[in-house]
Write a protein that binds this ligand. Structure first.
Ligand code: NAD
Ligand code: WQD
Length: 336
């Protein structure tokens, strides 16, 4: 059985990926400092899969703790989710973001180098493309100057990994996620936003649940069919499965270069108002919303060209926007 280290494995995407890894037969070692997750998630993962993952509460910014972890553990591959992810906060606290998102990454890669550990999967983001000139977005689209320190950590992170692969003979895949949403079918794990949600779907579900009074739709004067901005919303379980196939590609040495990157989305763009309509339908609720000004820094439209992922990873999404929104709503109702 292969041992897979999952950093940030109690977080939103990490926890869903741990479930898929365990269901596929991997031994999972989770590292998380609980800075943006709850320890209860560990028990939930066990309830879903019947297996309690190995867990270490470690802050990856503490180099000695990372060293100790690797000294005491056999690791065949790493999926690295742990990072700070709030775009707005990253503008206010750039150094915190660089320390965590870059510092932790470097410590992990140093251990891989020193212990000849191969196979690294990195959580990247469609944010690296900024407003792409052409839609859908292929992996050939140029990287645009980062709009935030958070976005910059993903661009720099990819470069650090690529250079490390070239220098030290490692193999890595960066997955550039589009907009992950939804919850596990069991409704035992999902997204746990702290404070006022910045992302659309948790704001929608909290509004429907009466926690927020009203959803603000940021702008209806974009150059899109209904004037609201377009994104590619991917069900988190589909996204989790992409990590399994990417890991297997590395473990089976099917990768075509030492550092590869793939867009991970549905290929379908949905406007904010389409999301609102779809949500109202699946939840049988009426959403209180109003149109307000655009949010600074937002782009008009982004959705993935999934051709490369389909061909090389033999992966594509299976779940619809409706299914994703329904699971997000059921999860919200469990977590009032
Ligand atoms: P999340 O905050 O739910 O999960 C991240 C986990 O990492 C949390 O459990 C947190 O406690 C942990 N963590 C953070 N810093 C740590 C540290 N120093 N040491 C140990 N653990 C630490 O976020 P998520 O939505 O699951 O995102 C996972 C990854 O995917 C991140 O790298 C994020 O940047 C990336 N990503 C997320 C999205 C999105 O919209 N959710 C989109 C694109 C990329
Ligand atoms: C989606 C759409 C908003 C909230 C962010 C990060 C990106 C990536 C994913 C990590 C936009 C609109 C939102 C609200 C609204 N994360 N909206 N009212 O902006 O595509 O991307 O998360 O890598 O880096 O920037 O996602 O969910 O915030 O917004 O109208 O209350 O919903 O304007 O058009 P976004 P989002």
């Amino acid at each position: 059985m292969k041992n897979i280290l999952v950093t940030g494995g109690l977080g939103f995407i990490g926890s869903h990926t741990v479930v898929e890894l365990q269901n596929t037969g991997y031994h999972v070692i989770i590292v998380d400092d609980l800075s943006n997750s709850k320890i209860e998630v560990l028990e939930r993962i066990k309830e879903i899969t019947g297996i309690a993952p190995e867990f270490h509460q470690i802050d990856l910014r503490i180099k000695q703790d990372v060293k100790d972890l690797f000294a005491n553990t056999t690791i065949d591959g790493i999926i690295h989710f742990a990072a700070f992810k709030a775009v707005g906060e990253s503008v206010e606290k750039p150094l915190d973001y660089y320390e965590n998102n870059i510092g932790s990454l470097v410590y992990l890669l140093q251990e891989m180098r020193d212990r000849n550990i191969d196979h690294f999967i990195f959580s990247s983001s469609c944010t690296v493309y900024g407003q792409a000139d052409e839609l859908p977005i292929t992996e050939n689209a140029p990287i645009k100057p980062a709009a935030s320190p958070y976005g910059n950590t993903k661009q720099i992170g990819e470069e650090i990994i690529k250079e490390s692969c070239e220098a030290y003979g490692m193999n890595a895949i960066a997955l550039r996620y589009f907009n992950p949403i939804g919850a596990h079918d069991s409704i035992k794990i999902g997204e746990l936003p702290l404070g006022v949600p910045q992302n659309l779907i948790p704001f929608v579900t909290q509004t429907a649940a009466g926690i927020r009074e009203q959803l603000s739709v940021f702008g209806d004067d974009y150059d899109t069919q209904d004037g609201t901005a377009i994104r590619d919303y991917i069900h988190v379980v589909d996204l989790a499965k992409a990590h399994i196939v990417a890991l297997q590609r590395l473990l089976h040495k099917e990768n075509k270069s030492s550092f590869e990157f793939f867009n991970i989305g549905t290929g379908k763009g949905s406007s904010v108002l389409e999301v609102v309509k779809s949500f109202e339908k699946v939840s049988a609720t009426k959403l209180n919303y109003k149109i307000v000004d655009r949010r600074p820094g937002d782009i008009t439209a982004a959705y993935a060209d999934t051709t490369l992922a389909e061909k090389e990873l033999r992966w594509k999404t299976e779940k619809s926007l409706d299914e994703a929104l329904l699971s997000a709503w059921q999860w919200q109702q469990e977590n009032k």
